[in-house]
Every structure is written in structure tokens, then in C-alpha cells.
Design a protein around this ligand. Structure first.
Ligand code: HEC
Length: 151
């Protein structure tokens, strides 16, 4: 083997080791981010900022918006929150935090703006939806959540 080749092989090996190290580091950091929120005692209550809660729903009372919200809800939310929004979706039992019951007084007592803000921002394990659904779709969802209230 020519000395030049040997040198090349050696540096390839180093590169590989370095690559494995980076992969391990990435896995560790993903794990620590995923579980960070469950360490250190009870979860603090989830409260929307006052200014966000005060934002008015531009689609309030708009029936076709509510229908559109139902479709979006079925696609994105039912898996965790369940068909009737009770927090009993298929994925719910595998989560460390139970999905909220959208029919409950606790959820229904909140202002439209607060629900809009929470679905926009998310809180682990619930993902944020502001990058997934546009504002109109999110207000439509608020309309639909109102129909889930216990009668
Ligand atoms: C991966 C499961 C999951 C999905 C999917 C999901 N959620 Fe959630 N959601 C949760 C969990 C868990 C909570 C409770 C979070 C907490 O209390 O910290 C929650 C809480 C909420 C809340 C706050 C309720 C309260 O108590 O104030 C709203 C509003 C909400 N979800 C709306 C939605 C909407 C709308 C969708 C679909 C676009 C959705 N969620 C999709 C898991 C999910």
C-alpha cells in the first residue's frame, strides 16, 4: 500500500468515529429535551397570557367555519382528544400527560383567544399548530370546540 493511501484510510476512520459521536450526541439531546418537561414535580397550570385571551374570535357564530373546524379537528386532534373531545383518543393512553377534555367546564370557561393561543403554541406532548394550520383554521377549531361543551 502506498503511504498516501494509508494516510487517507486513517483520516476516514477518524471521520467515522467523529460521525458516530455526533449521532450519539444528537440522540442524547433529543432525549433530554423530550423528557425535560416531566422532571421536577407537578406540572404548572397552563394559563394563556391575558393579552392573548382577550383577542376576539373573528369567526364567532359563523356556522360554516364551525363545520370546517370539525373536519380539521377530525384530522389533527381526534387522535389525542377523542371523537367527542373528551381526551380519550387512540394515542391518549400512551402519553405521560392526558389530553384535555374539551367538553369540560375547565376548557369551556376559557375565552376563545385563550384556546386559540394554546392550540397555536402547544405544550408538550401537545404540538404547536401555528406552523401547521393557518389562523383561519385555528379560529374554526375554536368554533368547533365550543360545540363539544356538555349540554
Ligand atoms: C399528541 C396529542 C395531542 C394532539 C394531536 C392534540 N393535542 Fe391538544 N392537548 C394534548 C395534551 C396532552 C394537552 C394537555 C396539555 C397540558 O395540560 O399541559 C392538550 C391540551 C389542549 C388544549 C388546552 C386545554 C386546557 O386545558 O386549557 C387545547 C385548547 C387543545 N389541546 C387543542 C387541541 C387542538 C385544537 C388540536 C388539533 C389541532 C390538538 N389539541 C391536538 C394533546 C394533544
Amino acid at each position: 500500500m502506498k503511504p498516501g493511501n494509508m494516510k487517507k484510510n486513517k483520516s476516514n476512520g477518524k471521520l467515522k468515529e467523529y460521525g458516530i459521536f455526533i449521532v450519539l450526541l444528537t440522540i442524547c439531546s433529543i432525549y433530554s429535551t423530550a423528557f425535560k418537561s416531566y422532571k421536577g414535580g407537578p406540572r404548572p397550570p397552563w394559563v394563556a397570557p391575558t393579552a392573548a385571551s382577550a383577542v376576539a374570535n373573528p369567526l364567532k357564530g359563523n356556522v360554516s367555519a364551525t363545520d370546517a373546524g370539525k373536519k380539521t379537528y377530525t384530522t389533527y386532534c381526534v387522535v389525542c382528544h377523542g371523537n367527542k373531545g373528551k381526551g380519550d383518543g387512540l394515542a391518549a393512553s400512551g402519553l405521560q400527560v392526558q389530553p384535555a377534555d374539551h367538553s369540560s367546564a375547565k376548557v369551556q370557561a376559557q375565552q376563545d383567544g385563550a384556546l386559540f393561543w394554546k392550540m397555536s403554541e402547544g405544550r408538550s406532548p401537545m404540538p404547536p399548530y401555528k406552523g401547521v394550520l393557518n389562523e383561519t383554521q385555528r379560529w374554526q377549531l375554536v368554533n368547533y370546540i365550543r360545540t363539544l361543551a356538555k349540554h
